[in-house]
Ligand binder design. Sequence first.
Ligand SMILES: NC(=O)c1ccc[n+]([C@@H]2O[C@H](COP(=O)([O-])OP(=O)(O)OC[C@H]3O[C@@H](n4cnc5c(N)ncnc54)[C@H](O)[C@@H]3O)[C@@H](O)[C@H]2O)c1
Length: 352
Amino acid sequence: MLEIYKGKKIFITGHTGFKGSWLGAVLKHLGAEYSGFALAPNTQPAHYEVFPTCNHSVIGDLADFPLLLQSLQESQPEIVFHLAAQPLVRDSYKNPVYTYQTNVMGTLNLLEAIKNTPSVKAVVIITTDKVYENKEWEYPYRETDELGGYDMYSSSKACTEILTNSYKRSFFSQNDRKIYMATARAGNVIGGGDWSTDRLIPDIVRATAGGTPVFIRNPKSIRPWQHVLDCLYGYLLLGEKLLEGNEKFAAAWNFAPHTADTRTVAEVVEFAQKNWNEISVTLGQVPDNYHEAGVLKLDNSRTMSELKWKPVWDTESAIEKTIEWYKAFYINNKILTDIQIAGYLEKKANNS
Ligand SMILES: NC(=O)c1ccc[n+]([C@@H]2O[C@H](COP(=O)([O-])OP(=O)(O)OC[C@H]3O[C@@H](n4cnc5c(N)ncnc54)[C@H](O)[C@@H]3O)[C@@H](O)[C@H]2O)c1
């Protein structure tokens, strides 16, 4: 399972963030080494610091092209996973220019650096389920649906998709410089070790650990929630196909729970309360009233049938594992990352 990564040189942008630090932990578990490029963690605590795994970390900004190019060329990777981004919808209303600078121009800098780094054979660019023009309907979005974005985060990620595709066709398709590049669109990712602001589970956990009720702003919103390990396994599987030089996979892929398992915010809170009695909730509106999508579902059928990826943990199990991680952290001062990775991979092996 994912043996291809053993001994491979891997470069991760955003390795200090929630998903990037878990990706590093999974790669370490698989016996791989990786180099990372990102800003210093901006939460306290941070998963990257409580469970450090990076072999060679550069703290830098995607806007700093010379440093990015130097870091990439020094690490000589075969594969790049690009996760660094300004990833929050509400922050994108407050900082639209920074959001575009990081998500669009930052990706452009990375692609240009990759163009100038001959070792790179494969690239996985992480975007989001929010790249689709949201019609607020019940149907799950498919990879062929129209791109769009009401807010600056969503539209910046849709631009990232277009930029990636354009780079692929313009520069990475020639036989003398073939790079297999794909984009990955995942749903709302949950797991231990995320302390970002304005995200449901981190908000719940922070409030509960501090002994206060959590303020829930949109209880009826529907999202495709999934555990970070299901999402990362998908990225790694995709990376494996690209490293094998399989052109068919150099495309856009959705990673999401089954449509029937798409849940409201209120249901997620309820599942969380089942696992942590102390969670208490206040419902209400926030004064700034930024627009956020009401219904968002993602179709995983193409990823299931062609990439042979499927979720291992349904939403309820994903929440259980997530709350288990935080309780171990706050109550027993334990980090469950490695144990959960081992449990996940074992279940995956038995399921496939
Ligand atoms: N968490 C989710 O639910 C979710 C869902 C879909 C897609 N995504 C995408 O997954 C990726 C990772 O998200 P996350 O949840 O781990 O976010 P995060 O905020 O925890 O991590 C973001 C990472 O990007 C780095 N970064 C931000 N701005 C940078 C800059 N200017 N230069 C260099 N590095 C910079 C940060 O240092 C950090 O390492 C993002 O691309 C995000 O859009 C996340």
